[in-house]
Design a protein around this ligand. Sequence first.
Ligand code: A3P
Length: 290
Amino acid sequence: ITRFPLIPIRGVPLMSCIAQNWDPIWAFRPDPSDLLIATYPKAGTTWTQEIVDLLIHNGDAEACKRAPTPVRSPFLEIHSPPPIPSGLDLLKTMDPPRVIKTHLPFQLVPPGFWENKCKAIYVARNAKDNLVSYYHFDCMNKTQPEPGPWDGYIHKFMRGELSWGSWYDHVKGYWVEREKRNILYLFYEDMKENPRREVERIMRYLDMSVSDEVISKIVELTSFKNMKENPMANYSCVPAPVFDHSVSPFMRKGEVGDWKNHFTPEQSKMFDEDYEKQMKDANIPFRTLI
Ligand code: A3P
């Protein structure tokens, strides 16, 4: 297994297997009916994918299992080692409407999405929890660059040196475009606080209408506990040596405020001071506790 080095595309560090395949990604033409789910890694991508998938299938978990691929939104899974086909190849085998996942920052999303007025859901998670989750993920995902020690990892995050670039630029990039591009901008903390409200918000955005019972079922099926046991959601389909679930399970903790168990008071202070500078004028209502 290769821990891919990072290569910048327009200043954004991407895994070499993505950067070297950049032209077909940029040229990708989605169908207007395709839905994009965009996140900085570890912000709640899989949770949102699961909710959307269940909404599309009217809460029928069995129908979701009959989807064409266990990794259901394959657009950027192009780093999967052979024989798993690349995301772009998988998309060619799937009929629209498709749910397509990306971790690309706004400015690197293939322009076809906006030209075709595709719907897009963005999920953001507070910086500290997002960073903690990403650290554990980089320890277990053997295709990502070595995370190194925790303290150094915090600084890499602050400098935007991790795979997919700066968290700060990422959340701001989609935030400023959300109205013009009709992007539904969600927060992980809101989903934790009131999952039903957020599932309904997604339903309305997708112009769907499902019954109250189905909403309740979706909320139940997408609880952390149930998703952790669901092989369609817990990434057990990507076993070692690619994802070493014994290092850290993909469904790790699923909580708001776990950063308190990782940051020392000094690290937290230093991080907050830098955060103030980087997020000045952003006005994005993040919460690090609920
Ligand atoms: P933790 O590492 O903090 O546990 P992504 O899907 O973007 O990679 O994000 C993964 C993070 O979302 C992990 O965070 C994972 O546990 C959390 N997560 C996934 N499903 C969840 C759910 N149903 N409820 C709460 N958190 C969930």
